[in-house]
Design a binder for this molecule. Structure first.
Ligand SMILES: C[S@@+](CC[C@H](N)C(=O)[O-])C[C@H]1O[C@@H](n2cnc3c(N)ncnc32)[C@H](O)[C@@H]1O
Length: 498
């Protein structure tokens, strides 16, 4: 083969690889959108199940619970309102890819293997992370490939979000060890099959996507059309429910207590460590695993150039909507607690509404340069352009999402400036621990003592350390409240002495 033939073959191979990557990405995104769209049907199935149980009661018992049929109707109204919010959120979403493209290309296992090899080489998700000017809007670092959300929000490297989704470790009361429905948790993919949610295109659901007044939304996006939807496992719909709980944590007055426990100590620490925050040269702060973006926004409002990094599309679709599309505070109503009948003090507690967002993000006073960067933390911030860039890195309920926590610590150290600080808050509830039956899932599960030893090795010095008791996405009125005794520390990267 001549040189030019070889070059041409290589070009063709790379083009093919890109096509496969994109097709996989579209497939994954369709699945996530389908999970959101399946929410009303799955919730209706639950209500029907409650009704079936109720019908089986003997008449004397039924008589005691005569308010139940009206509770079921109230539940249906709540589901409609949640669905209305979800649908509006999806309508505002502008996928970074052509969603109508043919994804059959990635059905070939040989091609998928080829792609895996490519992924392993770590070439994806390189984020230049240049902070775009916000002028009161929230921006995502510009991508040459993937524009995310509205034109004011763009996001680099969302193509890496799909197959590698990890997700929230403890979105459920039961905690990550038992919850396989946290957004991005790969365990769920094994559970497809018997519990698949089937989209029924022929039958109108009692909900569609109507608001509480019965106004039905229609969509301009063809990818929201039922014909584009996939059958997704029920566990994917559970991730949507987890997102609803995360919305309360980050964007509702009801989440204030949790935010005071988790975010406030971090914000106070940043405030104390960077007392002279000049408007001309604000310090920079990275928040890996930013979830729905509230902490990153608060850090921005404190006078930092703040960047959230997140790799779950479930999270990113929702945070983008709240950060960029909210017109006023308390614009939307959701019913976050309707999906569990357990541990309720009363039906009214379970069926209470929550107004979101508690603040209007665009008027919150963000510092220019606030951005959200989509992609895997390891892949994005391993890029050489990230070395010694950040004044502070803040990890909140994040470090235990790692396959290899040592790698996370190494990267955090590398991307900090000399003398920069790492503030961490959270437990060590390793996300990939106990992944029975998935032998290839690496999981390095260090004790706190060993985490600190590793940090020392990478040049960190402990400055402050304490334990803080907190919850995570917990219903504050539930009879069950899981508590964490979270490690909170500030470490400084020792300046290099010459
Ligand atoms: C437990 S949640 C915490 C979210 C937020 N920091 C908070 O305190 O509410 C962990 C977040 O990290 C994200 N995540 C996990 N692994 C990640 C990775 N490798 N790169 C980027 N984000 C990741 C998850 O999608 C999830 O949103």
């Amino acid at each position: 083969m001549s040189m030019s033939e070889e070059e041409e073959a290589e070009r063709r191979r790379l083009r093919r690889q890109r096509e496969i990557e994109e097709a996989l990405e579209v497939k994954s995104l369709r699945r996530i959108i389908s999970a959101y769209l399946n929410y009303p049907d799955a919730a209706e199935d639950d209500v029907r199940r409650y009704e079936r149980s109720f019908r089986r009661l003997p008449p004397a018992h039924k008589a005691l619970l005569s308010h139940y049929p009206s509770k079921f109707q109230r539940l249906r109204r709540c589901i409609s309102v949640n669905s209305f919010f979800i649908f509006n959120m999806l309508q505002a979403f502008e996928p970074p890819l052509d969603m109508s493209q043919d994804t059959d290309i990635c059905e070939n296992p040989h091609l998928e293997n080829a792609l895996d090899d490519h992924l392993d080489s770590g070439e994806r998700n390189i984020c230049p992370c240049e902070a775009a000017s916000t002028s009161g809007r929230i921006s995502f670092p510009q991508s040459d490939q993937a524009s995310y959300g509205k034109s004011d929000i763009t996001c680099k490297s969302l193509e890496g979000v799909n197959n590698k989704e990890l997700g929230t470790e403890s979105c459920c009361e039961s905690g990550p060890g038992t919850c396989n429905a946290c957004p991005g948790n790969n365990r769920d993919t094994d559970q497809a099959g018997s519990s698949d949610v089937k989209i029924n295109n022929d039958e109108a659901t009692p909900y569609s996507f109507a608001d509480s007044n019965g106004n039905v939304s229609s969509s301009a996006h063809e990818w929201l059309d039922p014909s584009f939807q996939l059958n997704v496992p029920l566990v994917d719909v559970d991730k949507v429910r987890c997102i609803i709980r995360n919305i309360v944590r980050d964007w509702a007055a009801e989440g204030q207590k949790e935010r005071d426990q988790c975010y406030k100590p971090i914000l106070e620490e940043l405030d104390g460590l960077f007392p002279n925050r000049s408007k001309d040269r604000p310090p920079s702060c990275l928040v890996p695993g930013a979830g729905l973006g509230r902490l990153a926004l608060e850090i921005s409002c404190l006078g930092f150039i703040s960047q959230g990094n997140e790799f779950s599309y479930y999270m990113m679709i929702c945070s983008s909507f709240i950060l960029n599309n909210a017109q006023t505070a308390e614009e939307w109503t959701i019913y976050p607690w309707i999906h569990s009948n357990c541990n309720s003090l009363s039906d009214n507690d379970q069926l209470r509404s929550v107004l979101i967002p508690d603040i209007h993000p665009a008027s919150a006073g963000i510092t220019e340069g606030f951005s959200m960067c989509g992609g895997d933390f390891v892949e994005v911030y391993s890029d050489p352009s990230q070395i010694g860039v950040w004044d502070a890195v803040v990890t909140c309920f994040f470090i235990d999402t790692a396959h290899n926590i040592v790698e996370y610590i190494e990267i955090i150290s590398r991307i900090l400036k000399d003398g920069g600080v790492w503030i961490n808050f959270g437990p060590l509830l390793y996300h990939f621990a106990d992944m029975y039956g998935q032998e290839d899932e690496m999981s390095i599960e260090l004790s706190l003592e060993d985490v600190k030893k590793v940090a020392l090795h990478y040049g960190f010095q402990m400055e402050k350390e304490r334990t803080i008791e907190t919850t995570y996405t917990t219903n504050p009125r539930s009879m069950m409240q899981n508590r964490y005794f979270a490690a909170f520390w500030t470490m400084r990267k020792k300046p290099v002495t010459t």
